[in-house]
Design a protein around this ligand. Structure first.
Ligand code: FES
Length: 107
């Protein structure tokens, strides 16, 4: 199944480096030739203080407070490696709300 990295590009996440994170994710996905993985910008997940936020969908993994050095573990998880638990900091109810929104196809 196709997986999509949704990378928040709103003000708070951007001020914490989400633009560079998105570029680097795109580079790593291309470098590995992952044609079933897409990297897309997202308007805002409502967890602005915990950014930069990246959601892997439809797998439904939420990575919060992502730093450049975390991308290695995120890519490893994508390839079947362990969850990146240290970045799973978002309240379960907000996660559920956003996942429900994404399930409606709004992104
Ligand atoms: S600015 Fe990124 S979650 Fe709101």
């Amino acid at each position: 199944m196709k997986q999509i990295f949704l990378v928040c590009q709103n003000v708070d996440c951007k001020s914490r480096g989400s633009e560079q994170l998105m570029k680097e994710l795109e580079r790593q996905v291309a470098e590995r030739g992952l044609s079933d993985v897409e990297v897309r910008s997202y308007i805002c997940f409502g967890a602005c203080q915990d950014g930069p936020n990246i959601v892997l969908y439809p797998e439904k993994s939420w990575y919060a407070g992502v730093k450049m050095e975390d991308l290695k573990d995120i890519m490893n998880h994508l390839a079947g490696g362990p969850d990146v638990k240290r970045l799973d900091k978002i309240d379960a109810s907000l996660k559920e709300l956003i996942y429900q929104l994404l399930d409606t196809g709004v992104f």
